[in-house]
Design a protein around this ligand. Structure first.
Ligand code: PRX
Length: 694
């Protein structure tokens, strides 16, 4: 049956690489040039129904629930059909999947060959060359730049040819350290074009953090810009790259694009002007033929222990998953203007600023600024000016903006908005209501999406339902093909057992493989298996806890490990501890996440000084903050640094972070029995220090 179905709807289009495109316009890019347990129904929301055209070919599928059931019952037919119709193949695949979750082995679309950049660019240039692909919403409002698919393809080809001219070849990792800009998108697509996996590093990371990512991936090439501009401030990006590269002997070339045009020191035979090189190159570039399972990109993210891990995604599976989730979670229609205000340095930027919207042929907004620049009406003024249909952010931005007067929202016309999405952290009830009612005027769908760097795309979200169906806040329901399972994680005889039925909470895992799942951690496959596949055998373990309510809807309860979430940015507390432990006066540190009104969580550090250190504590705290800023990034700097005489440890030496969390939130009456600690008296001392600090 599968074969017959595939045949009926096989609409694979022949690939066409030789498309004439306009010359790259350098001047444009040079000088002139974001925990909901709410069950509050959204008041007057309109749910849209967006059936998948392919669903017509599936037997017995009439509703979205039918389609979801079918996707779990016959995953190969489901995903295979979509892959045939939604991806332009150079050579079609022979086998849909070969996965074994118990061994962490994931392979999709075996035998298939494709080029991802052809899918995001060339096939749209064939049909609609002058359609706007990117709207670069630059820092200064009203100075946006529109880039058509034809222009983006030309720029991509010139950049790809530049990379090739420098000797970059298939399989070489390329580090991209750039602000949101068309040339950064072109850099990602150029890497995809020549089969060189990109490693985009968020341009807010410090030189040390950048260096460690360059070293781990062994990148010989770095692409950056002279400076970045954000919220009216200039950021010296090239200088940060210089500092990082000084510790990266493997780097052979740094390609520098212009954002502000400021003269920056250029080292002979190491630094090259990207635009100058690109102008010498053709606007056509033969795409590399890639196997479905060749690496597409890696992206570093934090775990609970150890250094950040390079999560690796591959070609066809990631592309299909980003395409399908963008289209169906957000109902992207032909003339829509889709706006995800994430930075390309995070997975949200990869999947929902770049790959997802572009593969759907949509117009995607690249936001360079911050939500409060030049004033708190920035987002909504932009919605009015650009006529945005979908808006996707992190809840922290909502919590920040709702503090300002509603007039900042209401004075702008938001009638074009249909979907309001959020991701990265729990959407608290107040923020969810404000977003839905004030911004969305109660008529937009609220799309809270749960997913991770490792999942490649959206996993749990409200999905289109039948008209009139009940609408709730919260991530809620699994996407097609996704089967969440909960396991008991409470110590005791039932630990590790699956929790069936409704109204249960436990460790959130996924049973069936899906095309967008990461394939490995670069250079450390054992860590991949240990982290994701060994804790609950036969499933993928997310690291998050979840609650399945009485209706079967899912609500995320937060991380189960020592990863914290600051304004939607994930960081392991161990990374912050490692940075502070480098200080010469510090003996030991413990960092926990503590609730924050706007950022969701902030790091709170408990620090023990070495014997005999008698320095001013404020000076030490300042030095420690600088150290974290220098080693990681500004967002990871602890809000509170408390110098304490000791830490609460078990007799085996394990720090009881649970106790520190209670102290940080003034809940010392909930500490419980501390008599089993190695030194129970230390708890009182920490409580006193905490109170004195406040
Ligand atoms: O804890 C979950 C939280 O963000 C983590 C993933 O972070 P990262 O890999 O950086 O990707 C963020 C963007 C996809 C998750 O393990 N998280 C993500 N979405 C939600 C969420 N927590 C609550 N609700 C969400 N919608």
């Amino acid at each position: 049956m599968a074969a017959a179905l595939l045949k009926t709807i096989d609409r694979a289009v022949k690939s066409s690489f030789s498309i004439r495109t306009s010359v790259f316009p350098p001047a444009r890019f040079g000088r002139s040039v974001a925990r909901c347990l709410s069950t509050t129904p959204a008041k007057a929301s309109v749910q849209t129904t967006t059936p998948m055209p392919e669903a017509d070919g599936f037997p017995g599928v009439h509703t979205h629930q039918d389609l979801y059931d079918f996707s779990l019952r016959e995953p190969d037919t489901f995903w295979g059909t979509l892959a045939k119709s939604r991806i332009q193949w150079i050579k079609s695949f022979d086998r849909v999947s070969d996965c074994d979750m118990s061994a962490g082995k994931i392979e999709w679309f075996l035998g298939g060959q494709l080029n991802v950049s052809v899918n995001t660019l060339d096939r749209h240039v064939q049909k609609m060359p002058d359609k706007v692909a990117l709207i670069w919403e630059r820092d200064e409002p009203g100075t946006e730049v529109r880039i058509t698919y034809r222009e983006l393809l030309a720029m991509t080809c010139q950049l790809a040819n530049t990379l090739r001219s420098h000797g970059v070849k298939k399989g070489d990792r390329v580090c991209i350290y750039m602000p949101n800009s068309p040339i950064a998108v072109a850099a990602m697509q150029a890497c995809a074009r020549i089969g060189a996996p990109h490693s985009v590093v968020f341009a807010g990371f410090s030189a040390d953090a950048l260096a460690s990512r360059i070293q781990d991936a062994n990148c010989e090439t770095v692409i950056t810009t002279d400076q970045a501009v954000r919220g009216g401030k200039v950021i010296e990006l090239k200088k940060t790259v210089d500092d990082a590269v000084a510790n990266c002997p493997m780097v052979k070339r740094v390609l520098v694009a212009q954002r502000t045009g400021k003269e920056v020191p250029m080292k002979h035979n190491l630094d090259f002007s990207l635009e100058e090189d690109m102008c010498r190159q053709s606007t056509e570039c033969t795409p590399e033929i890639m196997d479905s399972e060749d690496p597409l990109f890696m992206l570093y993210t934090s775990g609970s222990t150890g250094k950040p891990k390079g999560i690796l995604h591959t070609q066809a599976g990631y592309l299909l998953y980003a395409t399908m989730t963008s289209k169906f979670a957000f109902d992207i229609r032909e003339d829509d203007i889709f706006s995800c205000v994430a930075d390309i340095g995070w997975i949200t930027g990869h999947s929902y600023v770049v790959y997802g919207p572009l593969s759907n042929g949509a117009t995607t907004v690249l936001f360079e600024s911050i939500p409060t620049y030049p004033n708190p009406g920035r987002y909504w003024e932009m919605v009015e000016r650009l006529k945005i249909n979908q808006f996707y952010l992190a809840p922290t931005a909502v919590r920040l903006l709702l503090k300002f007067d509603e007039s900042w929202v209401k004075k702008y016309d938001r009638s074009t908005l249909r979907k309001l999405g959020c991701v990265g952290e729990p959407l608290n009830v107040e923020a969810g209501d404000w977003y839905s009612q004030v911004v969305g005027e109660g008529r937009c769908d609220l799309v809270d999406t749960w997913w991770q760097t490792e999942t490649g795309g959206i996993m749990i979200t409200p999905r289109p339902s039948q008209p009139g169906a009940e609408i709730l806040h919260g991530p809620m329901r699994p996407f097609f093909g996704i089967e969440p399972v909960l396991f008991n994680d409470e110590p005791g005889p039932d630990q590790g057992k699956e929790l069936t039925g409704k109204d249960v909470s436990g460790a959130l895992c996924v049973r069936k493989p899906w095309p967008g799942i990461a394939r490995t951690i670069f250079g450390d496959h054992e860590r991949y298996l240990d982290t994701y596949f060994r804790p609950y055998p036969g499933t993928y373990f997310s690291g998050d806890g979840a609650h399945r309510d009485h209706k079967g809807y899912y609500h995320i309860t937060g991380r189960m490990d020592d990863v914290i979430n600051i304004s939607g940015h994930r960081i392991g507390t161990a990374e912050i501890e490692d940075a502070m432990d480098e200080h010469h006066d510090v003996a030991e540190t413990a960092v926990i996440g503590t609730p924050h009104e706007v950022k969701g969580e902030v790091p709170y550090a408990f620090v023990i000084l070495k014997e005999g250190v008698r320095r001013d504590e404020e000076d030490i705290a300042k030095e420690l903050k600088d150290l974290v800023r220098k080693t990681i990034a500004a967002y990871a700097v602890p809000d509170t640094i408390l110098i304490t005489p000791g830490l609460p440890k078990t007799r085996s030496g394990k720090i009881m972070r649970r106790i520190l969390r209670k102290i940080s939130t003034d809940k010392e009456e909930e500490l419980g029995d501390v008599s089993t600690l190695a030194e129970p008296s230390v708890v009182d001392a920490i409580v006193q220090s905490h109170k004195a600090y406040k």
